[in-house]
Write a protein that binds this ligand. Structure first.
Ligand code: PEP
Ligand code: MG
Length: 877
């Protein structure tokens, strides 16, 4: 049997999301539950994949089915493509499995040509509307299907408005719009070299192709990478009979949420425009009115819409984001989906749904995207400073958070400035999908036009970036990169603060404070902790980081990179003396200076962790990272050691390595300079003894971690003198103290020989940064330079240094556990590479049986939630 590539809305349901995309599946579901949905059909995501397999062509079989379904749709609607009595007009929209708001393209009013325009003008008695539809269609088709570019058409509209002496599009009359349509067609012919297509079927095939093609456009690719959406999923295409919101003042269009997507507050939230088509609301070209004002304009439709909202929320048991149109007072539903929301709103909605009896705590935990939590963990404005600050203006609080930085006016500038470490606030008239990367680079986004559902607002909320939209008080001069607000002229580079939670805008920089876990956040985290099996530790090198991580729920330190402790104050001087020593005596003298400092640091870490595990890794990086580079520092070092500048320079030169990442680092340092590891052992053990004595009710059991081991003999060699030193310290103190010596598994050979390594190592911790580097043979410091080419060529969909390569690196991890555990059943295994805070990698760690993940302090809550979701998704058999 031939494949089925096309489904009527009456043939699908919500469970068919993979095949019909989210929008298609929900249109089918809404049809099934009897809501007013203009009918149509969905071309499947498989057809999209097939289109790419066929070299970006829609094959004959699929085309034939599309044509067959046009026939079915004509029967259902009683309208016909190109008909002179009752012409069928359709919208064509993309709809992937996971919603990608604003990422792909839409075409409305398809099926129009000059004859059909005359028919609908006459039948409706509304020539203005008919020509408005046609000029919009030409504009969208030219832009989306033929990629002519919007700006030519916008210029023509502006010229027309100027000629007629009007300000708004709605002030143009039928003749103006007709003239515009003709100008648009001429522009099309000029750019494309052919006439604008009149045949609706030809128009439709072109539009479907364009939607398939848009799956591979740069902004969709960036969005997918940011949101973990595989390229292989493809997008479906929905062809739906048009409902018209632009037929006059008894028509309109709107977008609404069943709860506030910024705060999560229950209640209808949205916007509405009379006499307009869908894109007008989202594009932010006109600032729309609040949804509740619809009650006065269209009481019947508003009442019905409220009912629909309740039905949909109860049906999906989640906050819904809906698009609808009112045509001559009658309501039509065009879309529903689980609404995108801020992290704050996600937590509130999940808790409220539990309290309302709609969801279980387990479902509530599973509903929240852990990556979203990130935004809640970032600083907020200091409440005291905020009270004192006088806002310049107040606009829409479109996406919460605090942002301050230097003003930039273009997305390119935002990207460029951010790349050189500047914090920027992107200020624009309105944003469009091309701005996405600049929006991502900015601390916050401020727009002059557009409402809560404008592109800027929707996209910023999705990204978790602070956004204030629709600040019409700003007199903007984008071209000259300046604006006036509250009587003051602002230029590129001036400081500005915006509060996405209140919509207020402030002159200058307002100080910020750290976030805390409380309220709904705490409630969800509490539930998450009940479900997870993985422990969550943190990578922390300072007591302050460790305390922060504890506040955020860390259950131990999984990695303390001791080298980071050497940069503070004048410690670096002693460390440099140690590196530039020429004899053991010299080195030991320098180490003597360092020992008390290290011991003090470790004591503070143990104190901060209150008896929870602390894993301290011995010196790891290549030594040349620490040597002085300025003449002044070289001279200082020479003087301290009583050596000549020349000698120091020679020592520094001798430390140069061609490939330092594979050079003299990790346990190789301990092999060449055992005195360094011995000093670190003393510091760890002495600190532990002191803290244990001070807190007899705690169990202080240090974990000493030897990095970059590839051969059992390396570990054995280093472990021997570490144990000897530790035991001597403990004996001298005359107390009982247990400690463990383990290793990082970060060299492929260690994973391959993990059964041997486990004979000596009391624990394993996967250093997946190095393990990725060495498994792929990609330098972790240089990969950024070529990974973009890999994304473009679809070789990689993600950065393997951020999201674990489960196939290759993951196989080594699995192998190491399977080899190690039988040799030492009590072996505990963790991960402390960057992947320990990445949700999909955390799930993998759960599945292969790790004991804990360790990540930076601010990612601890993300890992806690991801670990809970992994346990919920993969229950123990
Ligand atoms: C690792 O390699 O994954 C690791 C945690 O160590 P570092 O990043 O310090 O090399
Ligand atoms: Mg490493």
């Amino acid at each position: 049997m031939a494949n089925k590539w096309v489904y009527l809305f009456t043939e699908g349901d919500a469970s068919m999301r993979n095949l019909l995309g989210g929008k298609g599946a929900n249109l089918a579901e809404m049809t099934n539950i009897g809501l007013p949905v203009p009918q149509g059909f969905t071309i499947t995501t498989e057809a999209c994949t097939q289109y790419y397999e066929d070299g970006r062509e829609i094959n004959e079989e699929i085309q034939a089915q599309i044509n067959e379904y046009i026939g079915k749709m004509e029967e259902i609607t009683g309208k016909k493509f190109g008909d002179h009595e009752n012409p069928l007009l359709v919208s064509v929209r993309s709809g992937a499995r996971a919603s990608m708001p604003g990422m792909m393209d839409t075409i409305l009013n398809l099926g129009l040509n000059e004859e059909v325009v005359n028919v609908i003008a006459e039948k409706s008695g509304n020539a203005r509307w008919a020509w408005d539809c046609y000029r919009r269609f030409i504009q969208m088709y030219s832009d989306v299907v033929m990629e002519v570019g919007k700006k030519y058409f916008e210029t023509l509209i502006d010229e027309m408005k100027e000629k007629k002496g009007v300000k708004l599009d709605v002030e143009l009359d039928a003749d103006d719009l007709k003239e515009l349509a003709n100008q648009f067609k001429a522009e099309y012919k000029d750019k494309i070299g052919a006439d604008f297509p009149d045949d609706p079927k030809e128009q439709l095939m072109g539009a479907i192709k364009a939607v398939f093609r848009s799956w591979d456009n740069p902004r969709a690719n960036v969005y997918r990478r940011d949101n973990d959406i595989p390229y292989s999923w493809g997008t479906a295409v929905n062809v739906q009979s048009m409902a018209f919101g632009n037929m006059g003042d008894d028509c309109g269009t709107g977008v609404a949420f069943t709860r506030d997507p910024a705060t999560g507050e229950k209640g209808l939230f949205g916007e509405f425009l009379t006499n307009a088509q869908g894109e007008d609301v989202v594009a932010g070209v006109r600032t729309p009115m609040h949804i509740n004002e619809m009650a006065d304009k269209f009481p019947e439709a508003f009442k019905q819409f409220n009912e629909v909202c309740k039905t949909l929320e109860n049906h999906y048991r989640d906050m819904q984001d809906m698009e609808f149109t009112v045509e001559h007072g009658k309501l039509y539903m065009l879309q529903t989906r689980n609404g995108k929301r801020t992290a704050q709103a996600a937590l509130k909605i999940a808790c409220d749904l539990v309290d309302e009896g709609m969801r279980t705590p387990e479902e509530a935990v599973a509903m929240i995207d852990p990556r979203n939590l990130d935004t809640l963990l970032h600083p907020q404005f200091d409440a005291e400073a905020l009270k004192k600050a006088e806002p310049l203006a107040k606009a829409l609080a479109a996406s919460p958070g605090a942002a301050c930085g230097k003003i930039v006016f273009t997305a390119e500038d935002a990207k460029e400035w951010a790349a050189r470490g500047e914090k920027v606030v992107l200020v624009r008239l309105e944003t469009s999908p091309e701005d996405i990367e600049g929006m991502k680079a900015a601390q916050g986004i401020l727009t002059v036009r557009g409402g809560m559902t404008s592109h800027a607002a929707v996209v910023a909320r999705g990204m978790g970036t602070c956004c204030v939209s629709g600040c019409s008080d700003i007199a903007m001069d984008e071209e000259n990169k300046k604006f006036v607000l509250a009587g003051k002229e602002f230029h590129e580079g001036d400081a500005l603060s915006i509060d996405g939670s209140t919509g207020k805008i402030y002159d200058g920089i307002i100080p910020t404070v750290d976030a805390t876990i409380a309220g709904e956040f705490g409630r969800i985290m509490g539930w998450a902790d009940q479900y997870r099996r993985l422990k969550v530790r943190t990578n922390a090198d300072t007591p302050a980081d460790a305390r922060k991580a504890r506040e955020l729920g860390a259950e131990g330190i999984g990695l303390c990179r001791t080298e980071h402790m050497f940069f503070e104050g004048n410690r670096i001087d002693a460390f440099r003396e140690m590196i530039c020593s020429e004899t053991i005596e010299e080195r030991e003298a320098a180490l003597e200076k360092i020992l008390p400092e290290q011991q003090g640091d470790f004591e503070k870490l143990y104190e901060a962790l209150e008896g929870n595990p602390v894993c301290i890794r011995f010196l790891d990086p290549p030594l040349h990272e620490f040597v002085p580079t300025t003449e002044e520092d070289i001279k200082k070092l020479a003087d301290a050691q009583g050596k000549s500048v020349e000698t120091i320079k020679n020592i520094i030169a001798s430390l140069h390595e061609f490939n330092p990442m594979m050079g003299h680092r990790g346990c190789r340092l301990a092999v060449t300079y055992p005195e360094i590891a011995k000093m670190q052992t003393k510091a760890v053990i002495r600190a532990a003894i002191n803290v244990q004595k001070a807190h007899p009710d705690w169990t202080v059991e240090p974990e000493i971690m030897i990095p970059l081991v590839g051969d059992i003999k390396e570990l054995k060699y280093v472990k021997n003198f570490v144990v000897e030193t530790a035991d001597a310290e403990i004996a001298a103190a005359g107390i009982e103290l247990k400690y463990q010596v383990g290793t990082m598994i970060e060299i492929p050979r260690a994973a391959l020989t993990a059964d041997d390594i486990a004979k000596e190592a009391e624990f394993f911790c996967f250093g997946t940064n190095d393990l990725t580097q060495m498994t792929y043979g990609f330098s972790r410091d240089d990969a950024g330079k070529f990974l973009n080419a890999y994304y473009d060529a679809k070789i990689f969909e993600n950065d393997p240094f951020a999201k674990l390569d489960q196939v290759g690196v993951g196989k080594l991890m699995k192998m190491a556990i399977e080899l190690g555990k039988p040799v030492r059943p009590e072996l505990h295994v963790g991960i402390c590479g960057e992947h320990g805070g990445d949700p999909s990698s955390v799930e993998f760690c759960h599945k292969i049986g790790l004991d804990y993940v360790s990540c930076s302090p601010f990612r601890v809550p993300i890992a806690r939630l991801a670990a809970a979701q992994a346990a919920i998704k993969n229950p123990r058999k």
